[in-house]
Design a protein around this ligand. Structure first.
Ligand SMILES: C[S@@+](CC[C@H](N)C(=O)[O-])C[C@H]1O[C@@H](n2cnc3c(N)ncnc32)[C@H](O)[C@@H]1O
Length: 267
């Protein structure tokens, strides 16, 4: 079973088990918020800034020691990771259910859950070492009511083949997981019809849209649109590609199986 057995007990979804221990208090390390980013951080996290700082601290300490974040990332955790991800919060509807595919150390899913307590977030991540870290962080930050951790691949989450699910969300987020065509193939089946894939991309965004728009269309997605999030607040702003799930398209493998099954029954 790919679904982490410890997950269901340790981290329940919205309305699930009581919250974990009280939020941890950050101590001064590499993860200290640089003064020039303080205003952006206050704007993006509001009264959840202390929680964001506690998460930054966990990333810069435990996250580095456990190999989830490179040591060189620690001093730039705020700009490259927390603020880059938090800027996207504006794109998500109120009280949306969000699946974050390929969360890694919790980016962007955990950051969005911190910035937006109205969201119900599921972190989808196949690697055990990463889900163990995620489960611990969710508990330590006291986020067990709004965040759960699913151990498995996006494809397993969509079919329910990992023993939980099938899962779906109003929005599926992903950062640094795969090129747009592959990402759409994994993520659109997780999006409720009419919902959106929100992919955080870098400089490649425009080229990826040009190259993969036809594949996205075949997968049931609408025309990919480009958005800059956090302009005037963070530099550079976060580049996001959004794709609405306009049509439900059965995966090719399922369609083939069904037609083979049909012939053998008739024969
Ligand atoms: C480069 S890391 C990015 C992690 C994080 N999103 C970030 O921005 O730091 C890619 C992550 O995607 C996960 N991943 C790869 N294929 C996946 C799939 N099919 N379904 C879900 N997660 C996947 C990997 O295990 C890895 O943690």
């Amino acid at each position: 079973m790919t679904h982490d057995d410890t997950t269901a007990a340790a981290v329940a979804g919205p309305g699930g088990t009581p919250p974990g221990p009280s939020p941890v208090r950050p101590s001064p390390t590499d993860a200290v918020l640089p003064p020039h980013l303080a205003e952006a951080a206050r704007t993006l996290f509001g009264d959840r800034l202390e929680l964001a700082a506690a998460y930054a601290e966990l990333l810069a300490t435990d996250g580095v020691v456990r190999g989830l974040i490179g040591p060189r990332e620690a001093p730039r955790i705020w700009d490259r990771h927390l603020l880059n991800c938090a800027a996207v919060a504006d794109r998500l509807p109120t009280e949306a259910t969000v699946l974050d595919v390929g969360s890694g150390a919790g980016l962007p899913g955990l950051v969005l859950a911190i910035a937006r307590p109205d969201l119900a977030v599921t972190l989808v991540e196949p690697l055990a070492r990463r889900t163990s870290f995620l489960i611990e962080v969710v508990q330590q930050l006291g986020l067990t009511r709004s965040v759960r951790v699913f151990r498995g691949r996006a494809e397993e989450a969509a079919t329910g083949s990992a023993g939980a699910g099938p899962l779906s969300g109003d929005v599926v987020t992903a950062r640094a997981v795969a090129p747009l065509d592959r990402l759409a193939g994994w993520c659109l089946p997780l999006v409720v019809p009419g919902g959106r894939l929100v992919a955080l991309k870098g400089a490649s965004a425009v080229d990826e849209i040009t190259e993969h728009a036809a594949a996205v269309d075949r997968l049931g997605g609408g025309v990919p649109t480009l958005h800059l999030c956090g302009s005037g607040l963070i530099d550079p702003p976060t580049t996001v590609v959004e794709i609405v799930r306009e049509r439900v398209v059965r995966p090719r493998s399922a369609a083939k199986k069904k037609s083979r099954g049909g012939r053998s029954r008739r024969g």
